[in-house]
Design a protein around this ligand. Structure first.
Ligand code: UD1
Ligand code: UDP
Length: 383
């Protein structure tokens, strides 16, 4: 029987980290011919992931430009992918999550009448503008896709509420598969400043922030709250903040946080460094989607610097709190976790509502089932 030709498409750091274990899984299965196409919506932040996971894409659209707009990203991806699909006609295209690459990838495949599988399907806030533009990207891919790989049962229910019930599999999130390969005891950082941190004597707080809906006043409030926190806990806390390469974020972070001794504004970390840093940290403050999934698995409390989240599972489990973007609230909740061992203990327990490390196996099995290569669908992931 012919191999199934499956093309994974991704372009940004989080997509790459979450698709990497799936590329590996498809690569070792004899039933698949696995091809990988990157749009390079991100360049440096993508390349470090490809490097860590030793992935050499067959196609690279290299679309990134500084300060790119959503329309530029989408149209460059659409045109580039049209060319790729004219060269190779996959049986299935896999896209991940909610970025502009994801949406353009699904749309470009649909235009060529190629089947689409959506990895990390079914997350919703219900607010069209938050996260922006991700909520609509993910919803629109939900309409375009033939196969939907939902991390959790709640994600499956979200799709069912939109009338999407065929080709839906609950698999867990592939990010937990990735974490299993990166976190190691005794890990040595190549970023020397991270080897020098006093993880036992100090409370190391990992910070990231980059969402478009936080641009402007919310980001100013977040940075001001971080500054206040650093100054109020000069002796106890070290803030480690790998700053996203977006010029908007760079300006906001350096503008407010430069020159503080206990704030480490560093370059984006490689995925393995980031995961091992979180594993050694006290807590995480972030507006990132991926960090909201990884930190709970590592037993670290997370304060979400957003008004809402499409990842409510860890909030329900008590390890994640959505604090919003008002400076006073951010400071108060962080201070509580620093000052109160009781408040900290309530949040600091490892939970894995997002996966068990076997998501990629389930996705590969589900693809085989969909194409009639096996009679048995994978057992759904249960948290
Ligand atoms: C994108 C995704 C967002 C995801 C985030 C992960 C969209 C619309 N947004 O947002 O969902 O959460 O990636 O980080 O798809 N830059 C570099 N080098 C890099 C990467 C980015 O210089 O390696 C700079 C460029 O100036 C670029 C800017 O960052 O224009 C913003 O990148 P872009 O992909 O447009 O948006 P993100 O905010 O990264
Ligand atoms: N990450 C990383 N280096 C960093 C910051 C984040 O490797 O300096 C990883 C993080 O562990 C997670 C992913 O990038 O796996 C999240 O990406 P990001 O926050 O950029 O996007 P989001 O998840 O919000 O879409």
């Amino acid at each position: 029987m012919d191999k199934l030709k499956v093309m994974t498409i991704f372009g940004t750091r989080p997509e790459a980290i979450k698709m990497a274990p799936l590329v590996k899984e498809l690569g070792v299965r004899p039933e698949f011919e696995s091809l990988c196409c990157v749009t390079a919506q991100h360049r440096q932040m993508l390349d470090t992931v490809l490097d860590i996971f030793k992935i050499t894409p067959e196609f690279d659209l290299d679309i990134m430009e500084q300060g790119q707009t959503l329309s530029t990203i989408t149209s460059k991806c659409l045109l580039g992918l049209e060319g790729v699909f004219q060269q190779v006609r996959p049986d299935l295209v896999l896209v991940h999550g909610d970025t502009s690459t994801t949406f353009a990838g699904a749309l470009a495949a649909f235009y060529q009448q190629i089947a689409v599988g959506h990895v990390e399907a079914g997350l919703r806030t219900g607010d069209k503008y938050s996260p922006f533009p991700e909520e609509m990207n993910r919803s629109m891919v939900g309409r375009l896709a033939d196969l939907h790989f939902c991390p959790t049962e709640a994600n499956r229910r979200n799709l069912a509420a939109e009338g999407i019930a065929r080709g839906v599999f609950v698999t867990g999130n592939t990010v937990i598969d990735a974490l299993d390969t990166t976190v190691r005891p005794g890990f040595k950082f190549t970023t020397e400043a991270l080897n020098r941190l006093d993880y036992k004597g100090k409370k190391v707080v990992v910070v990231t922030c980059h969402r478009r809906e936080n641009y402007g006043e919310p980001m100013e409030e977040i940075m001001t709250a971080l500054r206040r926190l650093a100054l109020a806990y000069e002796e106890q806390v070290e803030l480690v903040y790998p700053v996203h390469l977006s010029p908007v974020v760079q300006k906001a972070a350096h503008g407010k946080l430069d020159g503080l001794e206990n704030v480490h504004l560093i370059d984006p970390l490689t995925a393995d460094e980031m995961h091992n840093l979180m594993a050694r940290s006290y807590m995480v403050m972030t507006d990132s989607g991926g960090l909201q999934e990884e930190a709970p698995a590592l037993g670290k409390p997370v304060l979400v610097l957003r008004r809402e989240t499409e990842r409510p599972e860890a909030v329900a489990a008590g390890t994640v709190r959505v604090v919003g973007t008002r400076g006073a609230d951010i400071f108060a909740m962080a201070a509580d976790l620093i000052d109160s061992p009781a408040a900290y203990a309530v949040m600091a327990h490892a939970v894995n509502p997002y996966g068990d490390g076997r998501a990629c196996r389930r996705i590969a099995d589900a693809i085989l089932y969909h194409f009639g290569r096996t009679d048995r669908p994978p057992e759904p992931f249960k948290s």
